[in-house]
Design a protein. Structure first.
Length: 255
């Protein structure tokens, strides 16, 4: 651990040191990918919104969350705030990833470690409200909306757990545990992204060919993997710089 943040972590016995800056940049890359897909899923669910009629027998709505968003003004406020938080997180993550790739930064401060998980938790809460507010739709799409609703709840619980873990590790630093949690955090985001893609395919299957959707998902995943590969290459350049700057023992070259 460096004086102003986490940088190169000492590896286990017999293993090379870990570049925590790179690990965190990869986690942010997967996180940006997931919240982008989530943002798209919210827009699609809003597009398929259809006001449900009040039944004569019960006199109440039968949607998932009732009248959570009573009017379009509240919808506009929540969605605007959601968009601003999403754009802010994407902007900050992009700056961090670009600086990591260009070798302009070598450490991760505590506030950077805590910022992304807590922002993700806020995004999850806003996604939950919007998903509930636009849960009314046609009978064919109601099961899909319910799956999206359940996935949103699961993601919020998991994100809350990661926020607790990162908060605990910021108060009681443990480099090995921090590296493991960060790796799990990145894997969790990549896995959840595929589940959200599956729900999007179910939504759009009546209007867009499934093969076309699968090709678009494949293109998105390929783009993220290319960015991942470029980040890994930046670590190799970093190692080469250190090797070039390492002093050479002149006496060792004399025979």
């Amino acid at each position: 651990m460096a004086g102003d943040g986490y940088g190169t972590l000492d590896g286990d016995k017999g293993k090379a040191p870990k570049n925590f800056r790179l690990e965190w940049a990869i986690a942010l890359l997967f996180g940006s990918y997931e919240i982008t897909v989530s943002y798209l899923l919210v827009i699609i669910s809003m597009a398929y919104y259809q006001k449900e009629e009040i039944t004569e027998e019960t006199g109440i709505l039968t949607n998932l969350c009732g009248s959570l968003l009573p009017d379009w003004k509240s919808v506009a406020v929540i969605f605007t705030f959601y968009t601003l938080v999403y754009a802010g997180v994407i902007f900050l993550n992009t700056l961090f990833i670009r600086s990591t790739r260009r070798l302009m930064g070598f450490t991760v401060s505590t506030w950077q470690i805590l910022l992304h998980p807590f922002c993700r938790l806020i995004i999850g809460l806003l996604t939950f409200f919007l998903t509930c507010g636009f849960s009314e739709t046609t009978a064919e799409l109601k099961p899909i909306n319910r799956l999206s609703y359940i996935l949103c709840q699961v993601v919020m619980v998991v994100d809350a757990g990661f926020c607790i873990c990162f908060t605990y590790l910021s108060m009681r630093p443990n480099e090995d545990q921090l590296s493991r949690v960060t790796t799990l955090w990145g894997a969790r985001q990549l896995i959840i992204t595929q589940f959200k893609y599956a729900i999007i395919v179910c939504f759009l299957s009546t209007h867009v060919n499934v093969i076309v959707q699968v090709m678009m998902i494949f293109a998105g995943n390929t783009f993220i993997y290319i960015c991942w590969f470029q980040l890994v290459r930046s670590e190799r350049k970093n190692k080469n710089i250190y090797k070039e700057e390492q002093p050479i023992d002149v006496n060792s070259n004399q025979s």
